[in-house]
Design a binder for this molecule. Sequence first.
Ligand SMILES: N[C@@H](CCC(=O)N[C@@H](CS)C(=O)NCC(=O)O)C(=O)O
Length: 210
Amino acid sequence: MLKLYYAPGTCALACWIALEWAGLEHEVEKVDPHAESYLKINPLGLVPALDIGAQRPYTQADAILQYVAHLAPAAKLGAVSDKEGVLEFTETMSFLTGDFHPAFWPYFAPQRFTTETSSSGISAVKESAYARVARVLEHLNNLIETSGGLHVYRGRRSVADAYAYIMTRWSTPMPGTASWKNYKTLSQFMDTMSKDSSVHKVLKASNNNQ
Ligand SMILES: N[C@@H](CCC(=O)N[C@@H](CS)C(=O)NCC(=O)O)C(=O)O
């Protein structure tokens, strides 16, 4: 059986939502990404990781999400099959993993981006994330606006929706253009996603699981 390692609030929840959408049998384990025991699963100390019953668990949200989509073709959670569709899907997933996610790093782990230890120095690094977050939110808003429906990719549900939704939530407490609330289409997307039964189930279970 597939086993997902996650921590509450993290991008690993996107993989969990994708597993639910795909209708694949799975179990989950809540971990502390920095715990000694978890470093044996992912030496980088990052979630998600997925145990597929192979010699080692696999990591990287993008890879796991695309794997889940491949395992359940009937659920149509991945790329449409024409070449341009595949390119566009890969482009979308690369944007989410390579541009969107890193925009938040200075906010979540400011100490990694400065040698300053004063609280004002740390706050300055945190706040420096806002401009980049605004940029990627605006891009995501445009992607949804031009996709032909309230979805990130080609007007239809895909694992990219789950990934975008979970990460966009991180901007909720941010000011002005650094919050998803500032973007009309993105706000509609967030609203729709929050009403999805699998999203609801995962958010509830991930916060309650001990
Ligand atoms: N490249 C990895 C990054 C995963 C990642 O940054 N995960 C975050 C949660 S969203 C994490 O585990 N953070 C713990 C830390 O940075 O110490 C992926 O895309 O899966």
